[in-house]
Design a protein around this ligand. Sequence first.
Ligand SMILES: [Zn+2]
Length: 160
Amino acid sequence: MYSVKNHWLYLNGKRVTHRPSPNHGGVITPRIIVIHYTGDNSLSGALSWLCSPKAGVSAHLVIGKDGTVYQLLPFNLRGWHAGVSSYDGESGVNNFSIGIENVGRGDAWPASQVEANRAIIEALFAAYGLEDVVGHEDVATPPGRKADPGPRYPWDRVAT
Ligand SMILES: [Zn+2]
């Protein structure tokens, strides 16, 4: 069971593995979650990239295909995952969102990965009183700029 304390994610009382990313800036109050996929099937590759200063991108969480979870940034730091974006008329979605990267290409969503998404979304909503969970494709501007998490992401199983 997931829980949140001081902007860190815990699984059964133990903090999930922290892989710090230098790619962040500023303090935020999260209002929504943005779901992504990495576009690649390698967990270690995703962690290396999102934690590299050369990448200039990050996410708060990375979820592997087997449901393994890594936290790169505390939830009150501004990650660099949504890029040029807008939600409900407000631009700069990174300023008020938690970014979750899922390892994969969006073509297959293993049950373990889906269950981790579901349980973490539930815990984050409880911790922050969030308003919404959306796909990167839903907030990226202009429309069509991003395709993740794509039509196969199981929204009906993760958000109730
Ligand atoms: Zn994305």
